[in-house]
Design a protein around this ligand. Structure first.
Ligand code: COA
Length: 533
């Protein structure tokens, strides 16, 4: 049943989902800004980064990755085997995912894209050893120098289209043998590195927000949106201006394995020094060619137009909450994740004077091939607390009791969810079983309350990392928010998103309300603690 459910979930949540993967599905990761501002710095860092990923890949290949634990229980490690050498393939009704890691001759190349031009770069020597950062530097420089012209068609932007349209355009694109071979080379590659052009400068405070936008969609067709293959599972982005991050296609894996890989790579780039390796002549990286027919050209123009609409519509705000991190809730014997979720409930309530259906992803990796279930963060207990918090008729002691209850209820739901006892995937299973059996759909699924319960105005996720980074993703409904956070010991990184086309939402307003909620909850606890002493 578990595998069946994972398979159903893969199809329902990802492969049958027809909206563009950009903004609507693929998460981005913003890494700390790097100290360079020219192409040498860019290439040097990209070389180290590639070497770092290959170092991680060795652990995957040798199956020596240490097993992860959650609440003392070992987790299924399968997702780690799905993120390299894999790619999504568009279809006119349903997409699919190919994974070349398990083929007889697994790929030995990555793809590099610069000025919208794709290159195949072999990253292993003939004796099977990975190229060193030094060798990679030379190869990347050759790629850079042979892609200086900036007037190439941004073929990659096709991957940002609505999936049905891209499915149709794809069938047409690969009719040409050259195009087919080029597309296959991208799909088979271990991962993609995007060497981005610099983006407009902004203040230090706004930098993480600007970087998040670059990771999520590339900034639009005149910036870096064409410098991607959005179907590729893993794309590392290194800008000439020191911007660095990742975008990944969500179907094969959740955030945590991606971030674990990133943590490894970031550590690797810190310690790796460029050691001069003896110069063996390396083959020239191969440029991938595309024959652009008038039909393909018109698909590209359409994709550019739609991309620019998405770019204008996405409202993002990345903030660093620097007052405290996991330390404060822990000192009050509260689960930090639950504390943050209750703060989000308070922030939302203060803005809208109501609660909303809230999704938090819970890992099901305690089960073989498990993906996620939903922690429903809006509960009776959270509602009781958020209503009481700003009520002048309520005493602080009562508010604290309600806060403690809300936090406990959230942690209890979390424990149920990670042990497979939540309701959402079970309901999905029942629904899809009825569809498969061609039996009548149980009434609950037709009830308006079911639709309301699944209209998540808040779609949230904790993706913790060792690196001081943050993952970000778009809202799942037109009038909603996406909220992702990385709680560190003494600060919390938040990424909030919304759509500009919705007049009622604002990422900045929610981000500020969230900061206020966290601070107010802390001072409530501090005051009551003091009065007890
Ligand atoms: N008192 C003191 N400390 C507490 C505490 C309490 N009452 N409750 C928890 N803590 C501690 C924990 O021991 C833990 O310590 P650590 O920092 O040393 O590890 C820390 O606080 C964090 O625990 P908590 O905040 O409760 O959350 P969690 O780490 O258990 O994570 C989920 C909760 C839901 C995020 C996690 O179970 C999960 O499912 N993660 C995967 C989500 C996912 O897949 N996201 C990606 C979607 S793309």
């Amino acid at each position: 049943m578990g595998h069946r459910l994972s398979d159903w979930w893969l199809k329902t949540a990802y492969l049958d989902y027809r909206l563009p993967v950009v903004v609507h599905s693929s998460p981005g990761v913003v890494l700390p800004r790097l100290q360079f501002n020219d192409r040498h710095g860019q290439i040097r860092y990209a070389a180290k980064l590639i070497a770092g990923v290959l170092d991680f890949k060795t652990m995957i290949d040798n199956e020596t990755l240490p097993v992860e634990y959650l609440g003392g229980k070992p987790l299924c490690m399968n997702q780690y085997y799905q993120v390299l050498s894999s790619c999504r393939i568009p279809g006119t009704e349903r997409d699919s995912v190919v994974n070349h890691a398990l083929s007889k001759r697994p790929p030995t190349h990555i793809t590099v894209v610069h000025n919208f031009q794709f290159f195949v770069l072999d990253v292993y020597n003939s004796d099977g050893t990975p190229l060193t950062a030094d060798q990679l530097y030379i190869q990347l420089e050759r790629i850079w120098n042979s892609s200086l012209q900036t007037n190439e068609e941004p073929i990659g932007i096709l991957t940002s289209s609505h999936r049905n349209n891209w499915g149709k355009a794809y069938a047409n694109l690969i009719k040409d043998r050259t195009n087919n071979a080029s597309v296959q080379a991208i799909q088979k590659s271990i991962f993609t590195v995007c060497l981005d052009a610099p983006m407009p400068r902004v203040s230090d405070e706004m930098y993480p927000t600007r970087a998040a936008v670059q990771m999520l969609h590339g900034g639009g067709s005149r910036w870096n949106s064409g410098n991607r293959w959005f179907d590729k599972t893993l794309q590392f982005i290194v800008g000439e201006d020191g911007t660095c991050g990742v975008i990944y296609e969500h179907a094969p894996a959740e955030g945590p394995p991606i971030v674990a890989l990133i943590d490894h790579v970031v550590e690797y780039t810190k310690k790796s020094e460029m050691i001069r390796t003896p110069m063996v002549p390396l083959p020239m990286p191969k440029k991938l060619h595309f024959n652009i027919t008038p039909e393909i050209k018109s698909n590209i123009e359409e994709a550019k137009k739609n991309m620019n609409i998405m770019v204008h519509d996405l409202d993002v705000r990345v903030t660093v909450f620097s007052h405290f991190g996991k330390n404060v809730p822990k000192s009050h014997k509260m689960s930090p994740d639950a504390f943050i979720q209750v703060a989000l409930q308070l922030a939302y309530y203060r803005l809208y004077k109501r609660c909303c259906a809230t999704y938090e992803s819970a890992s099901l990796r305690m089960f073989k091939l498990g993906r996620t279930d939903t922690i429903r963060s809006a509960s009776i207990d959270s509602a009781n607390f958020v209503r009481a918090m700003d009520d002048p008729a309520k005493q602080n002691q009562e508010k604290v009791t309600l806060l403690e209850k809300a936090v406990k209820a959230h942690r209890a739901y979390t424990d149920m969810a990670i042990h497979g006892q939540a309701i959402d995937r079970h309901l999905l299973g029942l629904k899809l079983q009825a569809v498969e059996d061609l039996s009548a759909l149980p009434e609950i699924f037709m009830d308006p309350s079911y639709a309301t319960a699944n209209h998540y105005n808040l779609s949230t996720s904790q993706v913790p990392a060792k690196t001081d980074c943050v993952m970000c993703f778009g809202p799942v409904v037109s009038d909603g928010y996406g909220v992702c956070y990385n709680p560190m010991e003494k600060h919390i990184n938040f990424a909030v998103s919304a759509f500009n086309s919705c007049a009622d939402t604002s990422a900045t307003r929610l981000a500020h309300a969230l900061e206020d909620a966290l601070l107010d909850m802390k001072s409530l606890l501090d005051q009551t603690l003091k009065s007890k002493l």
